[in-house]
Design a protein around this ligand. Structure first.
Ligand code: PAF
Length: 281
């Protein structure tokens, strides 16, 4: 496995791979890898000749009061995990190279970026789409893999690729959960034992919502109310939003008629967690 820090070295490697006719599967990450990332690598391994993973904590997608500085980082550990999972190249550029002085160009997917997490994190998705576009331009992947836990991110990236005619297939892979149901996230390390245990209510409330839909409930308001009541019983969990939306347009649904995305965001102590489930009427 190669570890590449320089953008020009990465571009040279990509040119060589393209010349050899190799397909590139790409897994963008911010590091501190967990089983969720590994599942993306395994999928890429199956479908591409070469698997490239980026590890870059992107300053542009963090607001000033957010956790950019304390976001967990451990490159040695990540290298070991990535190597075991079958990554061929880790691309790990420096922030000063990705955003040199005088940098002024951004990619913004309007509409989709302002719903759900976009309400409390203005500018976040502009940061995501800008860095993902830059990484796509450098790595020129055939397929790129994203986790469904960030359902809004996936919808936005798909829209960006469509709108900008990028010739890249976007694959969304299922949420990977801990044995007790907590959705895997690099931010789970921030949780105390008590908070971690209360955080399980997010997945439990989504499971309850799915059971209600299965039993015939079609009214988003009733589903949201049930979920909110469950979550309110956990003192360290503060709801950001609970939404029942169209899974592509991310707009609120008045009734569940086909497929719906039920998404929740909450602060558990100071840690912001998200989770979701797709349900079908
Ligand atoms: O999902 C993430 O880890 C990040 O948002 C991504 C896609 C790597 C962009 O920084």
């Amino acid at each position: 496995m190669k570890l590449v820090n320089s953008i020009s070295r990465m571009s040279t490697l990509v040119k060589m791979l393209k010349k050899e006719g190799k397909s590139i599967g790409f897994v963008p990450t911010m590091g501190y890898l967990h089983e969720g990332h590994m599942s993306l690598v395994r999928a890429a391994r199956k479908h591409a000749d070469v698997v490239v993973m980026s590890i870059f904590v992107n300053p542009l997608q963090f607001a000033p009061a957010e956790d950019y500085d304390k976001y967990p980082r451990d490159l040695n550990r990540d290298e070991e995990l990535a190597g075991t999972a079958g990554v061929d190249i880790i691309f790990c550029p420096a922030a000063k190279d990705m955003y040199p002085e005088g940098y002024t160009t951004y990619v913004d997917v309007e509409g989709l970026s302002s719903f759900l997490c976009g309400v409390s994190r203005p500018g976040h998705f502009k940061g995501v789409t800008t860095i993902v576009s830059k990484l796509f331009n450098i790595i020129r992947p055939d397929i790129a893999y994203f986790g469904q836990k960030d359902a809004q991110q996936v919808a936005i990236i798909k829209k960006m690729v469509k709108d900008l005619n990028m010739d890249i297939e976007i694959k969304s892979m299922p949420i990977v959960r801990e044995r007790d149901g907590l959705a895997m996230s690099s931010r789970n390390v921030y949780l105390s034992e008590g908070q971690r245990s209360e955080a399980l209510v997010l997945n439990q409330s989504l499971a309850k919502a799915a059971a209600l839909v299965k039993a015939g409930e079609r009214d988003p308001e009733k589903i949201i109310k049930t979920m909110a009541e469950m979550i309110a019983k956990k003192p360290s969990v503060k709801i950001g939003y609970i939404s029942v939306v169209d899974s592509e347009k991310l707009t609120d649904l008045r009734a569940i008629s086909k497929e719906a995305l039920i998404a929740v965001a909450a602060f558990v102590g100071k840690t912001r967690l998200i989770d979701n489930i797709i349900v079908k009427a």
